[in-house]
Design a protein around this ligand. Sequence first.
Ligand code: IMP
Ligand code: MG
Length: 178
Amino acid sequence: MTPTINILFDEQTIATRISDLAKEVAETQPQNLLVVAVLKGSFIFAADLVREMHRAGLAPEMEFIHLSSYGAGTVGSEEIRVLRDVESDVNGRDIILVDDILESGRTLKFARDRLLGRGARSVQIAALLDKPERRKAAISADFVGFACPDKFVVGYGMDMGHAWRQLPFIGYVVPDET
Ligand code: IMP
Ligand code: MG
């Protein structure tokens, strides 16, 4: 049986917000801009964001880092593993780290510290969704798409057990009545 998915943010709402986010980034006049997308969840957001950055007059280069966290649920013992690292030299560059959701903040804190440790001039965070009440690490996003209700969301790149990344909107799964 196919579960029902309620729409939280529809395609047009997402598109309009991302266009505004790109303009916000452009106003900061980044130098030698490198966009680093955190895989996998950010792939659709990052693809739309860089195209809006182009329309806003920016010329970002693009990189990817694939991170995976283990031990979720065990407070304080979560470990982050690098499955694929950024290849470009980041020294002296302004970086925008792009992710789908900022939740505990451990993933993005790890990625930011890693890039700063390699000499990035600045590392700013663009999160499509923010769940601030779930934060564990001392980190906040510099650019936020939407505040997210405390629900498990899917679509627009985000998954539940590997499913639903392909949805063009952001929604949440309504549990079966049965
Ligand atoms: P954290 O900020 O280190 O806790 O990691 C947040 C990551 O957990 C996100 O990038 C997503 O990959 C995943 N995540 C958190 N909440 C959700 C959700 O509601 N739906 C799908 N993935 C989520
Ligand atoms: Mg993620």
